[in-house]
Write a protein that binds this ligand. Sequence first.
Ligand SMILES: Nc1ncnc2c1ncn2[C@@H]1O[C@H](COP(=O)(O)OP(=O)(O)OP(=O)(O)O)[C@@H](O)[C@H]1O
Length: 594
Amino acid sequence: MAALPVTIAWCTKLVLNEIGGGHPRPGVTAALGAALAGCGLLAALGPQVVQYVRDESGRRVGLVAQDRLFQAVERFTGLARFEDPAFLDRIRMAQQYGGATPGMLVSAALGAARTVLTGAAFLVSLVTINPWTAVLVIAAAAPSLAAELWLSRRRAAMLWGIGPAERREFFFGQLLVDVRAAKELRLFGVGGHLRGLLHAQRRAANAERSRTDRRELRVQAATGTIAALAAGGGLLWVLLDAVNGTGGAGDVALFVAAVAGVQAAVGGLVLELVSAHQQVLLFGHYLAVLDAGPDLPVPDHPRRAGPPRRGIELRDVWFRYSPGHPWALRGVSLTIPYGASVALVGRNGAGKSTMVKLLCRMYDPERGAVLWDGVDLREIDPAELRARIGAVFQDYMEYDMTAAENIGLGDLAAMGDRGRIEAAARRAGAHGTVSGLPRGYDTILSRIFADPADPADPAGSAEDGGAVGVHLSGGQWQRLALARAYLRGERDLLILDEPSSGLDAEAEHEIHQGLREHRRGRTSVLISHRLGAVRDADRIVVLDGGQVAERGTHATLLAHGGIYAQLFALQAEGYRQRDDPDADTPGRRLSEAR
Ligand SMILES: Nc1ncnc2c1ncn2[C@@H]1O[C@H](COP(=O)(O)OP(=O)(O)OP(=O)(O)O)[C@@H](O)[C@H]1O
């Protein structure tokens, strides 16, 4: 496109010479005319084609960049990176700029080439008038280029610096429109308060942006003044030449046009270079995510995790979420024997869920080791380890997908096997609910994806045309999470972290009855605050303050009269009719002891 004007100028010159020469050759004239017409066509279609190619390459590069980014994110097999605010900021910036940078660099390179071509032509004109004026104009542009590159580094640093404020702003913005938060926000009347916090984040980010803009204004005013002084000096020089008779009025006119042309070209070049420079700096975040090493290192030749024969052992495990956090586990040693059911109980914050996360190697212990049949989990590929585990986490996921997909995600191999999915749902007591949904197992459990325009979509069939969505109750979601774990079938280790906390009494009884059957002869870890549900576990381990406080069976622990016995008595008391409010109950003794 940059070559077109020159080509047109040359063809015009040649055709005019051909005609003006007095003996125009029909073939040559026609060829030049055709070339001119071709150039005209290119000039008309070129911009649209360039735009299309730019958009198309942007889409393709964006797709590849996004795929590589999420592949890299998937390689982080632990949780620590996702709890690191700085790394989350990096991922956000990588998402924002990773796909755009290559396209921007290409267009910046093309734009720079175009401005260089135009600028060079005007510079040659300046040299023909007075070579020193050309030197003066170029010298005046140099500080501008250096200053703009410095400013773009500062701008990139500013964008990184306001990342946390933007993340908080995004969080508050999401919270204000989140249907799950809406109840509490309205009842407590805290919408205005959150809006205030949202605006405070925006104001903080805006203040940083304004400071950067003002700095840019000051620097650009200075470099602009230098350029104007250089142009003014050059003009004076050319005017003096004209007065002295060494130059003509035409030279002055050409000088003015050439200086404007060169300065515009330099300005354009600076803009292109600066935007490319800034993109490259921001692209650094994308590369940093791609190049980040594994969060949980795996040896080059990992050991195999076979079906456990002896069991899983925690040996003097010390763990904290970061060096700034207190210890969550302090020297925990315990064995989960093969085929046994182990229950973990203890007060809130005792470290039960943390232990479960270490069993799945979501983190590595800081001291001590978790051993799978004697092999340190750090020597096993996490993917292989996790393939052997089925789990319901305390904070299980509710996927905005169909009911079948919500269960099928537990084992992708069974995603298309409706028989297995139904069997898992039946075991978890979810079949009745799911089969009663408008599209049974194919009903999307979401309000986000409800499509009011689709008459076949049950989620979009509200009378007023609005989307009604299909939403399950807390307990129904919990059953689906349980079905997801059941779908993993005969895994070697089943972990259930509060699997029935949201269920009604009847359902809980039913579920625990089913769980007892399922756990029989299998290695399982069950966490529950309802001690009635864990009483028949082979071993009960009581955690307290990150340490194993007691261990034994239900009977031995009751006989021991420690924390377990107190907690059990407290719960049992809650179910008994209390005739005498002053009676000396275990609950009363416990509160007095505290
Ligand atoms: N992601 C995290 N980052 C930092 N600290 C954490 C994190 N998760 C848990 N903790 C801390 O670790 C300690 C143990 O928490 P954990 O969730 O293991 O307790 P728990 O016994 O499962 O409690 P609950 O019965 O309430 O579920 C707590 O003090 C908690 O504040």
